[in-house]
Each structure stands twice: as C-alpha cells, then as structure tokens.
Design a protein around this ligand. Structure first.
Ligand code: SF4
Length: 373
C-alpha cells in the first residue's frame, strides 16, 4: 500500500464505530480496485464492501442479447458489439446459438469493437453492407452513442440500443425497503457525465451516507472513510472524493446530446425486472438509425421475465448485492471464466469474474477478501 493509502486506513481504524457497516458500490471499476488491492481484508472487522448493480453486461436483458443474436443470424448485416457481450449466454436449447460468439461460429458476421468510433469505421469501410451496433452499457457508454447520432453517422449504420441509467437501480433498491447496504459509493465516471447531483437523492430521500469515488485505492478509501465518518457523526451528505474529475453539473454537452437523440424509458434489467426511467430509446428523428425500426423485429416478449437467468445461476442476487459471488453454488465449480454460466462471470466488470481474478477460488471460501466474515 502507498503512504496515502496507509494513512486513510489509519484514519478509518481510528474512527469509533458502534456496529457494522455495509457499503455498496455500483461500478465494476470500483469493485475491481477493491478486490485487486485487497481492501476488504485491510479494513476493520464489520465493514462490508458489497458489489452492486455496476456491470452493464451483467444486467443487459436476455431478450436484447437474443435479439442481437437473431438479427446477426437472420439478416444480411455486420453486427458489432463490445467484446464482453459476445460471450453472454441466453437460455435456448443446446441446438441453438447461445451467444453471439456461437452465432459467429455459425456464419454470422459479428465483430468485436472497443468504442462507438470503431462502429462508424466499420460502417464507412463497408458502405455496401448494413452495420448494426449492439450498444449495451451505462451512461458512460450511451453518451458517446448519442453523440455519434447527433454528430452524424453513415447511412448504413444503425444502433440496437440497450442503454441503462444507474441511479434508478439504486433508487429502486432503496425504495424496496430491502436494500442490503447502509451507505453508498457512487460511480465516478457516471458522475463525470451526468453530474454528482444525480446521487443527491441517496442522502436527501433516504438519509444514508454517500460518497463519489475515483478508481484508485486511495480515492476509494477516502470515500469509505467519508461514509463511516458521516455515519459516526450522524450527518449525511454527498461527498465528492473525486473532485479533479467530477465537476458540479457534469458534462453539459454530453447531457444535451443524450436528450437530443434518446428518450428516457422504463427498462428491463436482467435478473431484476423492469425499473422505471432506467433505460433509453432512440428518438423518432433518428429512426433511420434505430435497428429496431430498420429491421424485422426479433424481440421475443416471452423472454421479458423478471429474474431470467440460466438455471442455478445466482447472478440476480449478486447484482442486487444480496449475496457475494462466492456464495453462488456454481461459483468455481460449474461456473468459471472459461466456462461462464451467468453474465457476472463473463464481463471484466462482473463481480464473479473480478473475484475469481482476485484469487477467490473456493465457493464460500473467500473470507480473505471479505472483512466481515
Ligand atoms: S458464479 Fe456464475 S452462475 Fe453463479 S452468480 Fe456468478 S456468474 Fe452467475
């Protein structure tokens, strides 16, 4: 640990605490730092760091992945998607393609990309072909998609959008009365785009401590310290522990482009169900670039079932912070990164994959990464 990390830990240890504290994060980047830096094991007993709904690949609804697979298989298109999405399984018979990777093996033209810019490059490079960008992600991914539409894209490029907004998921958890956390570490990158004010409701409506963190162990420890201190002093406020990057109001240009190109809608989250105001759809004026309008529909409403996950998979409870990854009975047994059963073991931002990469190799045996055990 660096000197400043050690100092934050000393401050945390020096704080008087009456009881346990469960602090949820909603960002795969935060979870990766917490796990890889061994922060759980370094914190005093009773402080739990809970991974929450911070992985866009994990919560991308099964029906959207199914739609992308069918579009790629049945239409003469090049389908581009972020690499993680290619391995996300859907529930179909063994004879059918379960992932975009399997659809590619059956002849579909599916290509991994790393950014929306690459989608535009593929479309420009193949002007005679239709190119569909399967765009699944949170605000940080969806904002560049909106910018792309506003600024103009080739005629042959359309978007199969599966964009999600993070704060409504946290709001839903807190409103449910079954939230498994006492404090929140809010996502830094989302706040950079949308503004820190989006997270004010956590303290104002629900009266629990909250802090925005960056992605270094030092920033996360500062945020953890802040929430513990807020709880100790009995005064909650949204603390910006990432002030160099997160500015009041966020990125107004990105917000304007989001509003111009996309409308806020209710949206399904895999394993969770529909969350009010948590998704985006492409506005009518950009219909020409909306894959759902431009191609025959492969939407299968029967797939829109809350809790839809592969049999035996506990990703839904992991995503909601109700269990830790190693408490799934398939963790490290049937489900490993090379043979993922659920989406949380597929993505680099999925809690199960992160825990596995961090060395938690035994089901229910990762006490070394969890201070509260
Ligand atoms: S171990 Fe696999 S099956 Fe279990 S919750 Fe994680 S991803 Fe889902």
């Amino acid at each position: 640990m660096s000197g400043s990390e050690t100092q934050w830990l000393e401050r945390i240890r020096a704080l008087p605490r009456a009881g346990g504290m469960r602090i949820m994060n909603v960002c795969g980047g935060h979870e990766r730092t917490i796990t890889m830096a061994g922060l759980r094991g370094a914190l005093p007993d009773g402080i739990e760091l809970i991974p929450g709904p911070g992985c866009p690949v994990c919560i991308c609804p099964e029906e959207d992945v199914f739609e992308a697979i069918q579009l790629a298989l049945n239409e003469d298109v090049i389908l581009v998607a972020f690499g993680d999405m290619l391995r996300v399984p859907v529930n179909v018979s063994k004879a059918a393609a379960r992932t975009l990777d399997q659809a590619r093996a059956r002849g579909a033209d599916i290509r991994p990309i790393a950014s929306p810019t690459e989608a535009v490059e593929v479309a420009r490079g193949h002007p005679q072909r239709e190119v569909v960008f399967f765009a699944a992600g949170f605000e940080t991914t969806t904002a560049p998609v909106a910018a792309m539409l506003v600024e103009g894209v080739p005629d042959n490029l359309s978007v199969l959008l599966s964009g999600r907004r993070t704060w409504p998921a946290v709001s839903m958890l807190l409103d449910s009365g079954e939230a498994s956390f006492d404090a929140l570490i809010a996502p830094g990158h989302v706040s950079t785009v949308m503004g820190p004010e989006e997270w004010q409701f956590v303290v104002e409506r629900h009266g629990i401590p909250a802090a925005i963190a960056g992605f270094s162990p030092e920033s996360l420890l500062a945020a953890i310290y802040s929430t513990l201190r807020q709880a100790h002093e009995g005064r909650c406020f949204l603390d910006n522990c990432y002030p160099d990057v997160v500015r009041p109001g966020g990125n107004r240009t990105a917000q304007a482009q989001l509003a111009e190109a996309l409308a806020v809608t209710d949206a399904n989250w895999r394993g969770v169900g529909s969350i009010g105001g948590s998704g985006y759809s492409i506005r009518e004026r950009y219909a020409h670039h909306d894959a759902r309008r431009r191609f025959p529909s492969y939407a299968d409403d029967a797939r829109k079932r809350a809790g839809e996950m592969p049999p035996g998979c506990d990703c839904a409870r992991v995503v909601l912070g109700r269990i830790y990854p190693d408490q799934c009975r398939l963790y490290g047994k049937a489900c490993r990164p090379r043979n993922p059963i659920g989406p949380c073991m597929v993505s680099d931002e999925g809690a199960c994959r992160i825990w596995w990469a961090g060395g938690a190799r035994q089901p229910n045996g990762a006490a070394n990464v969890r201070a509260a055990d």
